[in-house]
Design a binder for this molecule. Structure first.
Ligand code: SF4
Length: 505
């Protein structure tokens, strides 16, 4: 393995290559700073021909992803997600994976040396670092060996290694209990009161989509019914339901009642263990909607402040005040909700540590059953990404301090971390962590992250993930994102799922 680094026009160019018998078998070039480009070339054993043919999909060029990083933040958000489509055999695939990993490692080490900076998750750029821990546990490795591999090979900090390990231990019994005939159901409601600054979800301001809500709910009801038949045919049962979006409580009480009734009718039988409803925005919830939800089979709701600072809520485009969050939370408690999650974000524009502590203090007073701490990430489809220069985002050190403070606050509330994921362009190269009190782990969240169970997604923008455990294979099928198109093409969305799900027979 060899590597080199050059500085050209204020950018780093890293070249890493792997040689075998004096022949280059793989080479990677990464340009790091304002524009990041990453190309990977695979050669056959002779070192002469580029391997670019996928027997499964015909001629496909070796693919590479490119991304764009903000100036001066080149290392914090360094990402080099390499993809390729060389599928020859599982041994070959393993070899390709190892080569990619080695190239990534040498690139990381070269950058670390050149800049003197280290990242909390080291060379790991994937979304699900806990998967590595699960794989090692399955192979029978001891805790010490797993932590050693994370810190010594992947260059993950000791603290993040322990976090990933501890979370994997909490997740394991949930994953082990997962039965072959159980699936998760996701139902998306793509409407919100307003669109948040950082949002990249399928979400439309409900006031502008008034005319479409009824049509959308009719189409969704049709999809629910058809997917219900599909599950029966395949002898599959829903273990969990997650109704998100968007904000499902944006629709009115009658619409919500009908939707919940239809969902229960089709998917809720003795097998259902959990039903989450995102009541995310306090400006979408009132007493009558909470009554509807309380009288349904929903077992867990989410009321998401994101921040308890009025100025920040204004900046991020949420049309509610911190007092509305507090009022809604206590109203939900009054109505008898005993499993409430709250989401917050570390690193929101303009927030300092004191403001973040204020959010944590307010949440501690409310004392929910679970707290999800997201780290701000710059999503491609968000308004924030479009107007990035207009906002002051937290530097790595500050955001890292916020994440630490959240961990301490969660621990004070008697919570432990139970799931974790990372995102592209996440500030400080950090992570999102779900904390909960014992027994309040959200099963759906664990399953969606660890990808051991099939998740069937309904509604605009839904992504169905079918897991074929014997083949160690995951296939995805997408619903269209646009509400208008979804309404017109709902039958086609079901057909797509049917084709893929039939392979489970
Ligand atoms: S509440 Fe959630 S889904 Fe709705 S706009 Fe905000 S981030 Fe997007």
């Amino acid at each position: 393995m060899s590597s080199g680094i050059r500085e050209e026009n204020g950018q780093f160019k890293v070249e890493a290559s792997l040689e075998f018998c004096n022949k280059t078998v793989a080479r990677q070039e990464v340009l790091v700073q304002k524009n990041v480009s990453s190309d990977i070339f695979f050669y056959d054993e002779s070192g002469e021909k580029e391997i670019s043919e996928s027997p499964a999909r015909g001629k496909t060029p070796v693919a590479a992803r490119t991304g764009e990083n903000r100036e001066n933040d080149y290392f914090e958000s360094y990402e080099s997600k390499l993809e390729h489509s060389v599928v020859v055999s599982s041994e070959r695939l393993e070899l390709s994976k190892s080569i990619k990993r080695e190239l990534k490692r040498v690139t990381y080490l070269t950058l670390k040396k050149a800049t003197g900076k280290e990242l909390p998750w080291g060379m790991l750029t994937g979304i699900r670092p806990t998967k590595i821990v699960h794989e090692m546990i399955e192979k029978g490795h001891e805790k010490s060996r797993i932590l050693e591999k994370l810190t010594q090979y992947f260059e993950v900090s000791g603290e993040k290694s322990r976090l990933a390990y501890n979370i994997a231990l909490v997740e394991k019994p949930i994953l082990d209990k997962s039965e072959k005939d159980k699936v998760g159901i996701y139902i998306g409601i793509p409407f919100c009161p307003t669109r948040c600054l950082y949002c990249s979800f399928t979400s439309n301001p409900i006031s502008r989509y008034k005319d479409y809500v009824t049509l959308y709910l009719e189409a969704l009801s049709r999809e629910i019914e058809m997917v219900g038949h599909l599950l029966k045919d395949l002898s599959l049962k829903a273990q969990t339901i997650y109704m998100g979006g968007g904000t499902p409580t944006s629709i009115n009480s009658e619409q919500l009642m009908e939707l919940l009734a239809k969902t229960e009718d089709v998917f809720c039988d003795g097998s259902l263990e959990e039903f989450t409803l995102e009541a995310g925005r306090p400006d979408s919830i009132d007493g009558s909607k909470l009554n509807v939800v309380k009288n349904s089979k929903v077992t867990r709701i989410s009321i998401n402040p994101q921040s308890m600072n009025k100025e920040t809520l204004n900046v991020i485009g949420r049309s509610h005040a911190p007092e509305d969050i507090i009022k809604t939370f206590w109203l939900a408690r009054e109505k008898g909700f005993q499993n409430i999650n709250m989401d917050i974000i570390a690193g929101l524009p303009g927030e300092d540590l004191e403001m973040f502590h204020n959010t944590l203090d307010e949440i501690e007073k409310l004392n929910p059953e679970s707290l999800t701490v997201h780290t701000m990430s710059i999503k491609r489809a968000s308004r924030l990404n479009e107007y990035l220069d207009d906002y002051e985002l937290g530097k790595s050190e500050l955001v890292s301090g916020m994440v630490d403070a959240a961990r301490e606050a969660a621990s004070k509330m008697g919570m432990h971390p139970y799931y974790l994921y990372r995102q592209k362009k996440i500030l400080g190269n950090l992570e999102n962590t779900g904390y909960c009190k014992p027994g309040f782990e959200c099963l759906y969240n664990v399953h969606i992250m660890e990808e051991k169970q099939t998740i069937i997604a309904l509604g605009a923008g839904g992504v169905t993930k079918v897991v074929f455990p014997e083949e160690n294979r995951i296939e995805r099928v997408f619903n269209v994102k646009s509400v208008e198109e979804y309404v017109q093409r709902v039958d086609e969305m079901v057909e797509r799922k049917k084709k893929l799900l039939n392979q489970l027979r």
